[in-house]
Design a protein around this ligand. Sequence first.
Ligand SMILES: Nc1ncnc2c1ncn2[C@@H]1O[C@H](COP(=O)(O)OP(=O)(O)OP(=O)(O)O)[C@@H](O)[C@H]1O
Ligand SMILES: [Mg+2]
Length: 397
Amino acid sequence: MMDVIPWGLNAELTDDQFFNRERDMLFLTKLLDSTKDGIPPALLLTGIRGVGKTALLNKLKNNLKKDYLIVYLDLSSSNNYQEDKLSRMAFMQLFYKRIIESCKEYGLKTIDKQIESWFKTHNISLKNIFNIDGVPVPIVGFEEDYTKLADFVMNLPRNIYEKYSDEMDGILIFIDEFQLIKDLDDETNGFLWYLRSFIQTEKNVSYTFTGSMSMEDSLLGEINGAKGAFGGRMLTYQIEPFSYETTKRYLIERAGHLEFSDDGFERFYKCTRGIPFYINTFVRFLMPGEILDNEKVSLEFANVLPFLAINLINDWKNLSKQEQKIITTLLDEPLRRVDIARNLDVTSGAIGASLNNLLNKGLIMYEESRYAVSDRILSAWLKNEYDRRGVYPYRDF
Ligand SMILES: Nc1ncnc2c1ncn2[C@@H]1O[C@H](COP(=O)(O)OP(=O)(O)OP(=O)(O)O)[C@@H](O)[C@H]1O
Ligand SMILES: [Mg+2]
């Protein structure tokens, strides 16, 4: 029975595991499918961490992969990102690699030969081609070569469609963890405009961007705000957490072995806020045989916190000490920048970079001139650690 509750880190859910989202699926499938009529949508799927964006993308992919060549790329899987920060070049190399892999999965047998001939016509020298996991990837060092490569890669989907249009209805490109392009810092905006110059003229290639972004995220404005690169031409669609009722239905249908009292379920919903990642992780830890009331759920919540917070703890460990201090300063209430600085005993100017980094990582948000911790699970975990050990788990400890 537990098999129908996926683990929190499963990104590809079976049909039995995938719950709810019928309306999202219907709407998005229909929209994406208009690519075959030559009106490809450009989509931006937003939603907080763990809400199920990647799971939804995978489901869409499975539904559409017969008719469309689907290229899924996860920016966090870029080698470059793993080591340091995402760069434009790393983006292009990853994109290129995933295009080729997808062509092979789709069964386009002549693609290697075809690519080679395109390299030649684009004057990309073959001696610069490296093999990454069996896919030849051109590596170029100079800035003008970057431009050449980037133009080549961005035109590739269109060229593939033109060459193989008998075999597909179109090409769907899903770019996940798109918020990582904030790593490009000053270049982010220029890069978005660059992408747009290709995307907006596509006829049979659709782009869907997803990432954990809240509605307040400044990246949203840069992408799709009035002055943003896509200036409102991209359809923004928010993936919502499960509602109170949906969560209830989910537990009854998929975790019927657990028995909640009314206030126990209410507590469960307060703890998880309907976020599937939290719901599933929590459910996996609850034992049958005992009525789960408010008290019991609260108790178990404290035990499961390190698992709920697993991604957040990972982020936490990679923060500088100052960044960590800023977060603990914000645990009780949102604060203005000057007040944070005062608490840390430094000038307001001295925390600018840290604040930016925390905002970029989505760990804090800025609302009504105050900074606040974005995810209450992080706050709960930190407070819990403090209660247990008398100190926060700062970097040096
Ligand atoms: N429709 C669903 N039905 C059941 N469980 C789901 C559903 N969607 C997501 N989940 C659960 O939530 C977990 C997290 O989902 P997913 O990785 O898709 O979130 P995400 O929004 O992409 O998060 P992140 O921003 O961290 O990438 C999944 O591993 C799964 O356990
Ligand atoms: Mg995801």
